[in-house]
Design a protein around this ligand. Structure first.
Ligand SMILES: C[S@@+](CC[C@H](N)C(=O)[O-])C[C@H]1O[C@@H](n2cnc3c(N)ncnc32)[C@H](O)[C@@H]1O
Length: 199
């Protein structure tokens, strides 16, 4: 599955999005999960330069699906759109800029099979996103979060642990006992620091 995606990435992005903070293995994990789930409608919170949006769109293409990616800043929109155009995926991605995740989610009528939370990493922000998103997910939907560090995790040299996402998940799960949370610390032997909530 991933080989085909890598080929498409190489055509448009010689270094395969390596500068992306989500990392190549994190994006591979999301791509392969979306393919397994046959996700048609996918949401990304936090577009940044559009590297992960591209990979999500490559997965959505198999289901004739669509990705919506939201960023409160317009800073990297041109880069993200150019990547999508280069891959012929511009019709598969809607770029929403200048809106916070909550501003977008509270107004959109769309619902999603997969959501990837990777915007503002503060505890209150992520908690708000989870609370609004749970009502926007389709049956059997899955929410992935980036930078979820297990509470006993030790920082690697030079690394800064980001506490917000895990604290938000911990509080959220208290009032969502029907949902299942798991840490996805590694994928194929590499650290990816994701979290996964199954509804
Ligand atoms: C870590 S980067 C996203 C990386 C991207 N998902 C990737 O994998 O390459 C975080 C992005 O979230 C955006 N952001 C921060 N707070 C936000 C909010 N409340 N709503 C929407 N986007 C937000 C920032 O502007 C930034 O571009």
């Amino acid at each position: 599955m991933w080989k085909n995606a890598l080929k498409r990435l190489a055509e448009v992005d010689a270094d395969k999005g390596l500068p992306s903070v989500t990392g190549l293995m994190g994006r591979r994990y999301l791509y392969e999960e979306c393919r397994k789930l046959k996700a048609k409608n996918i949401l990304e919170i936090g577009t940044h330069m559009g590297y992960t949006s591209l990979v999500l769109a490559l997965a959505a293409e198999y289901e004739d699906g669509h990705v919506t990616t939201v960023d409160n800043s317009p800073r990297h929109k041109d880069h993200a759109v150019a990547l999508a155009q280069g891959a012929g995926l511009e019709n598969r991605i809607t770029f929403v800029t200048n809106k916070t995740s909550i501003e977008y989610l509270s107004r959109t009528p769309k619902t999603f099979d997969v959501a990837f939370i990777d915007g503002g990493h503060g505890e209150e922000n992520v908690l708000s996103e989870l609370c609004v998103l749970r009502h926007k997910m389709n049956t059997s939907g899955v929410i992935f979060l980036h930078d979820v560090f297990p509470p006993d995790e030790l920082a690697r040299p030079g690394e800064r642990l980001i506490p917000g996402p895990w604290r938000a998940v911990d509080r959220f799960m208290d009032f969502a006992p029907d949902m299942k949370f798991e840490f996805v610390r590694t994928y194929k032997g590499e650290i990816i620091r994701m979290g996964r909530i199954t509804l």
